[in-house]
Structures are given as C-alpha cells and as structure tokens.
Design a protein around this ligand. Structure first.
Ligand SMILES: O=C(CO)[C@H](O)[C@H](O)COP(=O)(O)O
Length: 231
C-alpha cells in the first residue's frame, strides 16, 4: 500500500527472474502454472511471457492478472477446466520465517487462496520489506459478503482487531474488504485464520497459515534468498 522505491522495484524484478528459472525447472509443456496478483506477480508474468511455449497455460487469481497474461498471448484457463496446477507463484504483503503469509493488499485474497489450495507447490516471491518475525503489522484483509459488513466488523472487534472498510473496493467476487488493524503479533496464525473464517459473512481472510508457502524467494540487497518451509 506504500509507494514502491526504485530499489524495491529492482528487488521485485530480481526475485521474479529467479522465480521464472525455478518454475521452468519444475514444469513441462503440459503444466498449468498458477499466477498471483500484484506488482511482483506482474514482473513474473512479463518474464514468463518469454517462455510461454514451455507451459500448457495458466490459471489466474484475478481478472487483472488474467488480462495481463492474455495481453502477452499466454493461455488462461478456468480453474474448473484443469486437472492440476503444478506450481502457484504469487507475492505477499508479509511473510514470517514459517512462510506463513498475509496477502490481500490487492483485494485478490480469496481467489489467491483457492489457487494456492489446488497447487502442488506454492512459491511466494517478495522483496525484503515483506519479511517480518511476527505477522500483523500489515492490516489483515478480510473479504466479506456486503450485507454482513457491520456484523463481521463487530465480531472482529471482539477478536481484538480494529477493522476499517476499504472504501470504493469491490472484489472480483462482488464482495467488500475490511482491513483489520492492531492484531500484531498474530500468533498462532492458524488459529486466528480459522476463527475469522468461522464468522458468518466472511468469505475468507488474508492469512495463509493453514496453507503456507512451500518455497519463499526473498529479494534482498545481498541477492535472492530461497527458503523452504521444511527448513
Ligand atoms: O496479496 C496480494 C494481492 O491480493 C499481493 O500478492 C500482495 O498485495 C503483494 O503485492 P505486491 O507484489 O504488489 O507488493
């Protein structure tokens, strides 16, 4: 949500370059690649375009990414039409050392969570500004059915949060976003993810702890660092 500096842009570019090389090592020409949303994912899309003959196609986590892929001539399939997503590549708003994430700064969290759930492998790509010891400094996005907005906001206050309606934003699914402030430190993240998802009217929330990333490529001033969930 903050403006990108040019050094941050360079880190995103470096991490996207490494992610394309990693992805090519994991796929064949029958593979479907899951594509995330946001500026880091956009770098990945633009670089993947040079290798589009190496994949069968993609599934996208947002209309915006689908349009960008199609503009490059990369096939985009409906998730219901594919048997398997070999690898899902997406950015994050925060990541901790367990590769648990906060996502949804771009309001695409629900579709991102669906593609991540289907994918055999989830590669998260991020610049070093996203690295935290404990999640929750970034306000946690929650996608909500519009008529339940006030009810969900009251329930989130009971959980200790301070929900703020993201004015003017409608998700690709026709819903609204509440950004929940003052939850830091979120621990254990899996418990909070489940609790918030159990509030009636919530579609999902931006915690990716029940399904964390498998691999993280982090762009740092010292180069791209690769971390594995099993480490
Ligand atoms: O979760 C997301 C979109 O819903 C993005 O992955 C997240 O906001 C990171 O974006 P960027 O790469 O532009 O920093």
């Amino acid at each position: 949500m903050t403006a990108n500096t040019s050094s941050q842009d360079a880190l995103k570019q470096a991490v996207a370059t490494a992610a394309v090389a990693y992805t090519l090592s994991r796929i064949d020409d029958k593979s479907i690649v899951g594509i995330g949303t946001g500026s880091t994912a956009n770098c990945f899309i633009d670089l993947l375009a040079e290798h589009k003959a190496s994949i069968a196609g993609t599934v996208a986590s947002s209309q915006a990414s689908a349009e960008r892929l199609k503009a490059h001539g990369i096939p985009v399939y409906d998730l219901n039409a594919v048997d398997e997503v070999t690898i899902y590549v997406d950015g994050a708003d925060e990541t901790n050392p367990h590769l648990e994430l906060i996502k949804g700064g771009g309001a695409a969290l629900t579709r991102e969570k669906i593609v991540a759930a289907v994918a055999r492998e989830f590669l998260c790509i991020a610049d070093q500004s996203k690295w935290v010891d404990h999640l929750g400094t970034f306000p946690l996005p929650v996608e909500v059915i519009p008529m339940a907005r006030s009810h969900v906001a009251r329930e989130l206050v009971k959980l200790g949060g301070d929900p703020v309606y993201r004015q003017g934003v409608v998700t690709d699914n026709g819903n609204v976003i509440l950004d929940v402030h003052h939850l830091h430190p979120i621990s254990p993240a899996r418990e909070l993810e489940e609790k918030i998802n159990n509030i009636t009217g919530v579609v999902t929330n931006g915690l990716f702890a029940l399904r964390p990333a498998d691999v993280l490529m982090l762009g740092t001033a010292e180069g791209v660092k690769t971390l594995y969930a099993k480490d």
